[in-house]
Design a protein around this ligand. Structure first.
Ligand SMILES: *[C@@H]1O[C@H](CO)[C@@H](O)[C@H](O)[C@H]1NC(C)=O
Length: 441
């Protein structure tokens, strides 16, 4: 293998990689990034087919059993060994079994969103009220494509790839659970991890990829505030304690956490998304109210600090209005799952440089962007805290494909034409990390 690798590496200096490899000499290894791109293009149709099958049957966090079954079916068909970690989570293993070990990650879960996209009806979600509106179906399909490619060159891998199919990204911290349930303890240990997120925004058009070193996504938490006043007749406010006015004041007071108490250079947000109070009567003042919302911050310490600020603003403001406030940071979602907190996603300098250099080698420098951080959160952050890792955007904004709607929208459309590029990034990151680590960059 090593001999062939040397021949091919040398021969593409004088002849193109494709010419050098036309006789099949190079088919057994992927030490040329252009070759990675070519073999990834070869699985493009397969990946689109998998993505479409997944799109029909979206499943919410911790219930991704059909999705997991599809993953296991395909891995079995390729002859790839796998184990269940945090079922329905799956970890597949390809390579020599020895170090170095690199992890590639895809997420399995969908969202409680009703699909209203413009794609043909027979290709839309067939499950009312559930949709792959964040493109995790595409992420899973790309990782299956990467498994197919990597398996075909397994004999040449002088290291190991763990393909992590993770449940419950949308608030359930499936990534953290997988670390606790065995991923962290795997031997030989994982040394780096890589993940892609499709990015259907104008700054990352289809054909581009982008990442950055340092924080790429904020951390996030959720809160729920119960307020108790004293209800009664709408016309005698002086005998009651109006919990709606109290709640309104709490909402306004929370606006000062970011605007007045946080360093303007330190990005953070506090958003109240739910305000429940009262029944159906216009003449009855309610006893209780409930507020819910989220807070995000790019700085982990700021994220921690916001907890105390919310408690202080809510309880102090409620008291000034004669109400009582109780705050929790682990609200239970309608499906019974607790909303988990995510730290910011901080890309490692060397891992981000590796991803960018792999992308440049395959797509050309003009297609590789240095992107700005964003306020949404990701539980890949737990992997990035564990190992030097990088999250990368797979540009997927494409007017022709109708892929102009944001993530989490019922009208969201994934531009399937970019999926093979994602396969290539997964394979390229893994093979380059195994071949050279973070050196030589
Ligand atoms: C945009 O979408 C069209 C239609 O699906 C496709 O033909 C084209 O290749 C896409 N553009 C890029 C750059 O992927």
């Amino acid at each position: 293998m090593l001999l062939f690798a040397a021949i091919c590496a040398a021969s593409h200096v004088t002849v193109s990689a494709d010419e050098a490899c036309r006789d099949g000499t190079c088919a057994s290894n992927l030490n040329d990034l252009r070759k990675v791109l070519t073999v990834s293009e070869d699985v493009a149709d397969y990946v689109v087919r998998m993505r479409r099958e997944l799109h029909l049957q979206p499943e919410l966090m911790w219930t991704e059993t059909k999705t997991s079954a599809l993953v296991k079916r395909e891995l079995t068909a390729f002859g790839v060994s796998f184990e269940e970690v945090s079922s329905p989570g799956v970890v597949a293993t390809i390579g020599s079994g020895s170090a170095p070990v690199v992890a590639l990650r895809a997420d399995l879960d969908a969202l409680p969103v009703t699909e209203e996209s413009d794609i043909p009806a027979e290709r839309r979600s067939q499950v009312p009220g559930k949709m792959h509106a964040c493109g995790h179906d595409g992420h899973t399909a790309m990782l299956l494509g990467a498994a197919k490619v990597l398996k075909s060159v397994e004999g040449s891998l002088r290291g190991t790839v763990r393909l992590v199919f993770q449940p419950a990204e949308e608030g359930g911290a499936g990534a953290r659970r997988m670390l606790e349930d065995g991923l962290r303890a795997m031997k030989p240990p994982i040394e780096s991890s890589f993940a892609l997120h499709n990015w259907p925004y104008p700054e990352t058009p289809s054909g581009t990829v982008g990442t950055r070193s340092g924080t790429i996504m904020a951390g996030s938490g959720a809160f729920e505030i119960y307020l108790r006043g004293a209800g009664g007749h709408a016309a005698v406010p002086h005998k009651n304690v109006d919990v709606v006015v109290c709640g309104g004041a709490v909402v306004m007071a929370m606006q000062t956490i970011v605007s007045r108490l946080t360093d303007p250079l330190d990005s953070a947000l506090v958003t109240v998304t739910v305000f429940d109070a009262g029944g159906d009567a216009d003449n009855v003042m309610a006893d209780t109210a409930r507020l819910m919302g989220q807070f995000h911050a790019v700085n982990k310490r700021t994220l921690e600090w916001i907890h105390g600020a919310i408690v202080k603003e809510a309880t102090g403001t409620a008291k000034a209005h004669g109400c009582e406030a109780a705050v929790t940071f682990t609200p239970v979602l309608p499906d019974g799952n607790v909303r988990e907190e995510y730290p910011p996603t901080v890309n490692d300098v060397k891992a981000a440089a590796l991803a960018s250099s792999v992308a440049t080698g395959m797509f050309g420098a003009e297609a590789v962007l240095d992107v700005a951080p964003v306020m949404p959160a990701e539980d890949f952050s737990f992997f990035a805290e564990e190992w030097p890792s990088t999250m990368m955007w797979l540009g997927a904004y494409n007017v022709t494909a109708g892929a102009t709607w944001p993530l989490h929208s019922g009208r969201y459309v994934l531009d399937e034409s970019v999926l093979y590029r994602g396969v290539a990034m997964h394979v390229g990151y893994a093979t380059e990390f195994i071949a050279k680590g973070f050196d030589e960059r």
